[in-house]
Design a protein around this ligand. Structure first.
Ligand code: ZN
Ligand code: ZN
Length: 360
């Protein structure tokens, strides 16, 4: 983890900060290796401290190499008190996106009551650790690849057995069972299974209704393995696909393959999105693709980068993200196809192996 601390410290220096409080659980795990569910970090140029409560002292000592573990009561206010003490008169960053208004109010009350020499200047920062997390190390890529392979295996198992009469909830359960029975820690998010017209909702919840012959089924699923998430969507068809399904499927697949082929290191997130959106728009369905093309993935199923029209940061070597165009037509249904890719040697290498329906 020490190289991760080096990168945080470099980012702190860039922002002229003397330290950073880390409240977010995923950021805490990423930087310290500590997998417990509670605690707070303070990172400074020459110190790294982890405050956590009685339940986790032993675990923290063994997992958080390079961190001084501070024994504190089970209260974020207490963690704050012990961690800010060395930062009197200095600029101390905190994670604006992961501290509630109520929590910040309590922190400010405490600082107002503290002797002036012990008061740091609290500076809100945004996405500092998340930006580091977006670039995956070889170890992380290995864990992600393991999660992807488990997802592929679960899909293959279920796709070979699925038939009309199964409910959407049964499909979701069979996916989860396969993952659990084959070494996964669980699913990385609630599996989406949407038959027929239900597939017009990009984030449909599985129902108890039986799947029928002659309808498309959107299956969006992922496995959790070694702390890392996978995420994949396949749209299958029960029976022989009708011409409308083929038409829509071909457009989505063409858009997806174009994006996987053309997206490259250095390209803006919005430009990447536009590659797929343009294919879909020119086929006449531009308004039917209303979400972003993709998202980063790692410890969390949705994290930086964000491939969407409203963000323009450059994609960087080592990022792992989804490419998942879709077309959604109310009353008819939807088609989405999603792979995970890693940017390597300037281009996308597709990690997902599950087969797609043949175009044409
Ligand atoms: Zn997905
Ligand atoms: Zn996704």
């Amino acid at each position: 983890m020490s190289h991760r601390l080096d990168r945080v410290r470099a980012a702190l220096a860039e922002q002229r900060l003397d330290g950073l409080l880390v409240s977010d659980g995923f950021n805490r795990r990423y930087l310290s290796g500590f997998t417990g569910s509670a605690g707070m970090l303070a990172i400074a140029p020459a110190a790294a401290r982890l405050a956590t409560d009685f339940r986790y002292w032993e675990q923290a000592e063994s997992q958080a190499a390079g961190f001084e573990v501070i024994h504190a009561p089970r209260d974020p206010g207490e963690w704050f008190r012990v961690l800010v003490a060395p930062f009197g008169g200095r600029r101390l960053g905190f994670e604006a996106e992961h501290v509630s208004v109520a929590q910040l109010g309590r922190w400010r009350e405490y600082l107002e009551a503290a002797p002036s020499g012990q008061r740091p200047e609290l500076v809100p920062v945004s996405g500092l650790v998340e930006a580091l997390r977006a670039i995956k190390s070889p170890d992380e890529l290995a864990s992600l690849t393991q999660a992807v392979a488990l997802g592929d295996a679960a899909f293959a198992d279920v796709a070979a057995r699925i038939r009309p009469g199964w409910s959407e909830r049964q499909v979701a359960w069979e996916v989860e069972r396969h993952i659990r029975e084959h070494g996964g820690d669980g699913i990385s998010f609630s599996t989406i299974v949407a038959g027929g017209a239900w597939g017009a909702m990009a984030h449909a919840r599985p129902r108890d209704v039986p799947l029928r012959d002659g309808e498309g089924v959107v299956i969006d699923m992922g496995a959790l393995a070694a702390g890392y998430c996978s995420d994949m969507t396949r749209t299958i068809y029960l029976g022989e696909p009708d011409p409308k399904f083929r038409e829509i499927y071909d457009i989505v697949l063409t858009a997806q393959l174009a994006a996987e082929e053309i997206i490259e290191t250095g390209m803006g997130e919005d430009t990447a999105h536009e590659i797929a959106h343009r294919v879909i728009r020119e086929a006449g369905y531009g308004d039917a693709f209303g979400h972003g093309l993709g998202h980063g993935i790692g410890l969390q199923v949705h994290e930086a980068p964000w491939l969407r029209p409203t963000s323009s940061a450059p994609l960087r070597e080592g990022m792992v993200f989804s490419i998942e165009p879709g077309i959604y037509i109310p009353g008819w249904g939807g088609v989405r196809i999603e792979d995970l890719v890693v940017l390597e040697d300037g281009h996308c290498r597709v990690l997902t192996r599950s087969p797609k329906l043949l175009a044409g």
